[in-house]
Write a protein that binds this ligand. Structure first.
Ligand SMILES: C[S@@+](CC[C@H](N)C(=O)[O-])C[C@H]1O[C@@H](n2cnc3c(N)ncnc32)[C@H](O)[C@@H]1O
Length: 285
């Protein structure tokens, strides 16, 4: 796998805090990065969650479905296979992700927009899905309010996020190693992905957005990499951490990762790192 761009690893507020600079061009990523995301990261990681999210939300024929922060569209495509493409809309901030989404599934309605101000009417959807993105939003409650607004009365909202680092059998120990070698800044840079992973905090976000009595489920999947070194490259070099550590520290992180992740490697060196997620589902009252 190649590198995951900053924009897909850090939220805008996180980027500002970590780098003391504004995110480049409102965090738009280049088209090649979006194509690499679709070609490498979707099959190796993101695709496995889409049926789980659609099942949790009970996506069935005839429903109108919205995918928020849809990326290159794996969730919207999975939903479209169940409800028909004309019933599905995908929204994302990044135009490059949408360009790839349009190339792959031109029959779905893809729109550029911010989760905090969705360019859609109240109550336009039966179900709104959001996969692997809530932790990037500067104001997750605001985004959930917007999601609830477009879902309308009795609509279903389903959100999938990674569990906390302390529940991650591979990523938890990996981030511990990086923090030991590169300091606490490494922990906070590498933790963004897991920032919404505490189930109590997550359901509180739903509550604050007016989405009462959410149902939760936890699933274990796999993050596949061609090697442990590929994981280190993805996780370290795709954040500002990559530019801040010396070659020595990088080697120490890599050697530590090789040891700690050895139980998850196969004979050909491929890595199958277990990865836990939470799915939260709620009805808009
Ligand atoms: C890790 S990707 C997940 C994409 C997709 N849901 C999937 O599962 O493949 C995160 C996505 O969130 C999008 N994103 C980040 N902040 C956003 C915002 N405020 N509004 C809409 N999309 C946003 C990014 O452009 C990116 O496509």
């Amino acid at each position: 796998m190649g590198q995951l761009p900053d924009a897909l690893r850090l939220g805008t507020s996180e980027y500002r805090r970590m780098t003391n600079t504004e995110p480049p061009e409102s965090f738009q990523i280049p088209l090649e990065a979006a194509e690499a995301y679709e070609a490498a990261f979707v099959p190796a990681f993101f695709a496995q969650w889409a049926p789980i999210l659609c099942d949790a939300a009970a996506v069935t024929a005839g429903q109108r479905i919205l995918g928020v922060a849809c990326g290159t569209g794996i969730v919207a495509r999975t939903a479209a296979d169940r409800v028909g493409a004309t019933n599905v809309v995908g929204v994302d901030l990044n135009e490059a992700m949408l360009t790839v989404a349009r190339r792959v599934r031109p029959d779905i309605d893809w729109r550029q927009g911010d989760a905090a101000a969705l360019p859609l009417d109240d109550g336009s959807f039966d179900t709104v899905l959001c996969q692997m993105a809530l932790m990037f939003f500067p104001d997750p409650v605001r985004a959930l309010q917007e999601i609830a607004r477009v879902a309308g009365t009795d609509g279903t909202v389903a959100v999938l996020v990674p569990s906390s680092l302390d529940a991650q059998p591979a990523y938890g120990p990996f981030v511990d190693i990086a923090a030991r070698q590169a300091g606490s800044e490494a922990r906070s840079l590498l933790s963004t992905y897991f920032a919404c992973g505490d189930l109590g905090d997550l359901t509180t976000l739903f509550d604050k957005a007016g989405l009462r009595s959410p149902t939760t489920a936890t699933h274990l999947g796999i993050a596949r990499f061609p090697s442990v070194d590929a994981l280190v490259t993805t996780e370290v070099d795709s954040t500002p951490l990559g530019e801040r550590i010396s070659a020595d520290v990088r080697h120490q992180i890599r050697d530590g990762a090789r040891d700690i992740l050895a139980p998850f490697t196969s004979g050909d060196g491929g890595l199958e790192a277990p990865f836990e997620v939470h799915v939260v589902t709620a009805r808009r009252p």
